[in-house]
Design a protein around this ligand. Structure first.
Ligand SMILES: Cc1cc2nc3c(=O)[nH]c(=O)nc-3n(C[C@H](O)[C@H](O)[C@H](O)COP(=O)(O)O)c2cc1C
Ligand SMILES: CCCCCCC(=O)C(=O)O
Length: 378
């Protein structure tokens, strides 16, 4: 990891080490990928004011997230199928986050189950929920998250219809995988990845497989799972989740002020301004474009988190300057996981923290709560 200096280096290594179907699943977006690109381009268009001769010798990235201390304003976002990027990937990512002192969010669509992670890490983690058609199963999942002492529930609300990702279809990206000669050759050329995944606890959706009894459904688990996303989902379901989840609730996937105002009425403590990393509504605005109006509308009522396109500490600084309290990263750490397991995730977090510290220094800022729009050049 010595020669890895930025998230792009981790991405390049991930691409070399992990089969194409899984790399593309992580890297790509929906349809023409306009929103995926906008997330990066709009962040990069924000320029900083360089400030000089300010004493920045006391710089510190520490902050609080939902009232809990965190070493930096960073959270590992829920990312499905981490255990296919690296054997037991969810456990490795969670351990790296906990060692760095930041929250890790487990996806409903994880390969390791809630219980697998809880048994293998030291501290509580966050659980992300998709409300699927079978509400009995969802209630059971929430109870499993309570039993595992998950410290926040992240309710994702932007996937009741699934945005098509062309690359996944072309790659036959299914769980279990659809085999072809080129895929077999690709897997054979990545023996370290194959042995890592084979040594892992599971190779299917750990939270869901136990619930699926029918062998045919089990053999086509990705298809079955896709059929379980509920197009009838609405604000009453959020109320229902609120009534059975006693802990901190975060609503993820808000891009519109009216939706943010609804979210503020639900009793949730936080929302995540997010377009699902450009994987859902292609043609939606970048997350950073809508962040300021959402902060203006509900920032005094809820904690505003942000994701979409964060690849550096500079990007974290930009989102904080526009009003986010903290940022989630998805691909940035998933690249690290594919590149080098737990050490790769730790590297991704460390790169972003160091970049944030440097950027704070060059903008004349010592503390996270001093970051606001005065650091932006107009
Ligand atoms: C491979 C992949 C899988 C994802 N799976 C989930 C998921 O299961 N649940 C969820 O709420 N968001 C999921 N997301 C979205 C992320 O939580 C996050 O919103 C997004 O990655 C942020 O954009 P970034 O990757 O540019 O940081 C996924 C993202 C990626 C890249
Ligand atoms: C069957 C599609 C499920 C996708 C769930 C994971 C996810 O959110 C993603 O973006 O990928």
């Amino acid at each position: 990891m010595k020669h890895i200096t930025c998230i792009d280096d981790l991405r390049a290594l991930h691409k070399r080490r992990v089969p194409k179907a899984f790399f593309d699943y992580c890297d790509r977006g929906s349809y023409a990928e306009e929103t995926l690109r906008a997330n990066r381009e709009d962040l990069q268009a924000i320029k900083f004011r360089q400030r000089i001769l300010v004493d920045v010798s006391r710089r510190d990235t520490s902050t609080t997230i939902l009232g809990e201390p965190s070493t930096m304003p960073l959270i590992l976002a829920p990312v499905g199928l981490l255990g296919m990027q690296h054997g037991d990937g969810e456990i490795h990512a969670c351990r790296a986050a906990q060692a760095a002192g930041i929250p890790f969010t487990q996806s409903t669509m994880s390969i390791c189950s809630i219980e697998d992670i809880a048994a293998n890490v030291e501290k509580p983690f966050w659980f992300q929920l998709y409300v699927m058609k079978d509400r009995g199963f969802i209630k059971d999942l929430i109870q499993r998250a309570i039993a595992a002492k998950c410290s926040a529930l992240v309710l994702t609300v932007d996937l009741q219809v699934i945005g098509q990702r062309h690359a996944d279809i072309k790659n036959g990206m299914t769980v279990p995988p659809e085999w072809s000669l080129s895929k077999l050759l690709d897997f054979a050329s990545k023996p370290a990845w194959v042995s890592g995944v084979l040594r892992g606890k599971r190779r299917t959706f750990g939270n869901i497989a136990g619930h699926v009894k029918n062998t045919e459904d089990l053999n086509r688990l990705a298809e079955w799972t896709a059929s379980q996303f509920d197009t009838s989902l609405n604000w009453k379901d959020v109320e229902w989740v609120r009534s059975i989840w006693p802990g901190k609730l975060i609503i993820k996937g808000i891009l519109d002020v009216e939706d943010a105002e609804e979210a503020a009425k639900t009793g949730a403590q936080a929302l995540v301004v997010s377009n699902h990393g450009g994987r859902q509504l292609d043609g939606a605005p970048s997350s950073i474009e809508v962040l300021p109006e959402i902060v203006d509308a509900v920032g005094s009522k809820m904690e505003i988190m942000f994701d979409g396109g964060i690849r550096s500490g500079q990007d974290v600084m930009r989102a904080l300057a526009l009003g986010a309290k903290s940022c989630m990263i998805g691909r940035a750490y998933a690249y690290g996981l594919g590149a080098g397991g737990q050490a790769g995730v730790a590297k991704a977090i460390d790169i972003i923290q160091k970049e944030l510290l440097t950027t704070m220094g060059l903008c004349g800022v010592n503390k996270v709560d001093e970051i606001d729009d005065h650091i932006i050049a107009v």
